[in-house]
Design a protein around this ligand. Structure first.
Ligand SMILES: Cc1ncc(COP(=O)(O)O)c(C=O)c1O
Length: 399
């Protein structure tokens, strides 16, 4: 029995009820169908299901599962996408979104400011299969315009980059890409599904690491790719179901429950992030405080247009004393944990140059502004004043 009423619901209602499928027991909380497969009543039914699956019919969890379908439908409703496919991690989503679209001889244009693993796919994997990639400064539309060609099949970028928080103009890049028939693939993790409306702004394919804000409590790896029904079921699903990057039903259940509270959590985290950024901006130990919600951010106008003025849940600070100061600061924090995830209820401090972006060359880090003094700070759900006090006492301890 399904219960997937869509029409007329606002965001919070979609997040709580979207995609719900109830079993014969009519449970209130969504059920976890922790099963690899499904029983057929007859051999003929098995044959028919392998020929074509009807609504709410499943054959094997690598192909689909009711709990995974609930997550896919709920996030698709939130995003305003026709369809979604859930994946085992955010990287399975990025890899699947790109490799299912591309073939040898194709050309891709990508922003250069990317998370280390995204960069690895663009720089090290696609080329091995004959795909040429041109990197641009994603904030400069003239560079996108100069880089696209008639054989450009896709453009790729993080709409808000990790960890320097450059914001890329989705509508502007989409216009340039669509003029040559290229698909726009956006990694939207830092913009969050709460603040961003990437599909309405021109993205063809939107990718999330569900490990971040969707789970929101640091429990599980996962990801999701959103787009048109044609792309998701015609292009992506055959690639994913045969290469094995599907999401576990248990993780899908965590994400279904995570979506119920994502709007409340992410809004509270972003409000807190703005207050923290304002409190730290101009601190004598810092060269820069980077937060897209600050008026001083280079793309704050775009943040107003593209994200309703919300700067997300992450800020980065650049300490004057380089690596030594950054490590002393991290070690002096008492509330945030030193780790490398983001979007968690717990505040997390990261030193990108030695962790998430360690594999970049010194030159690449310099080009992207990932200095040795840069610390990324993912704002959690703790009391804002407690966080500000803790960050300030840690800054005061730098020798
Ligand atoms: C922008 C971005 N994309 C993708 C990923 C990968 O997500 P996952 O760790 O779930 O594979 C991350 C992880 O930090 C990320 O920051």
């Amino acid at each position: 029995m399904t219960d997937t009423r869509k029409d007329g619901w606002n965001k919070r209602t979609k997040l709580v009820h979207g995609g719900t499928r109830r079993s014969q027991y009519n449970e209130v909380s969504e059920a976890i169908f922790l099963t690899q497969g499904f029983v057929y009543e007859t051999a003929a039914q098995a044959e028919a299901r392998f020929i074509a699956l009807g609504e709410d019919e499943f054959i094997y969890a690598r192909y689909g599962n009711p709990t995974v379908a609930m997550f896919e439908e709920r996030i698709a409703m939130l995003e305003g996408a026709e369809d979604a496919f859930a994946t085992a991690s955010g990287m399975a989503a990025v890899n699947g979104a790109l490799t299912s679209l591309l073939k040898a001889g194709d050309h891709v244009v990508s922003a250069r400011a990317l998370f280390g693993s995204c960069l690895y796919i663009l720089e090290n994997i696609l080329g091995r299969f004959g795909v040429e990639v041109t990197f641009v400064d994603g904030t400069d539309l003239a560079q996108w315009r100069a880089a696209v060609r008639p054989d450009t099949k896709a453009v790729f970028f993080e709409s808000m980059s990790n960890p320097t928080l450059e914001v890329i103009d989705i509508a502007g890049v989409a216009e340039i890409a669509h003029a040559v028939g290229a698909k726009v693939v956006v990694d939207n993790v830092f913009s969050t599904p709460v603040f961003s409306n990437a599909i309405a702004q021109g993205a063809d394919v939107v990718v999330y690491s569900a490990t971040k804000h969707i789970d929101g409590q640091g429990r599980a790896l996962g990801g999701v790719v959103l787009g048109s029904k044609d792309y998701i079921r015609g292009t992506l699903e055959p690639y994913m179901k045969h290469t094995g990057g599907s999401l576990s039903p248990f993780h899908a259940w965590l994400f279904v429950k995570g979506l119920e509270t994502i709007d409340l959590r992410v809004n509270a985290q972003a409000d807190s992030a703005l207050k923290i950024a304002e409190a730290l901006e101009g601190h004598p130990a810092l060269l820069r405080t980077i937060y897209p919600g600050l008026k001083s951010h280079a793309q704050n106008d775009l943040v107003q247009r593209q994200l309703g003025g919300k700067g997300g849940t992450v800020l980065s600070i650049d300490l004057k004393g380089g690596k030594e100061a950054a490590f002393a600061f991290l070690d002096a924090l008492t509330i945030p944990v030193i780790s490398n995830n983001l979007g968690d209820a717990k505040s997390i401090a990261t030193h990108p140059a030695t962790t998430t972006h360690q594999r970049l060359s010194v030159e690449q880090r310099a080009t992207l502004g990932i200095t040795d003094g840069l610390v990324r700070f993912s704002v959690g759900l703790e009391d804002t004043d407690d966080l500000i006090a803790d960050l300030k006492q840690a800054l005061a301890q730098i020798g």
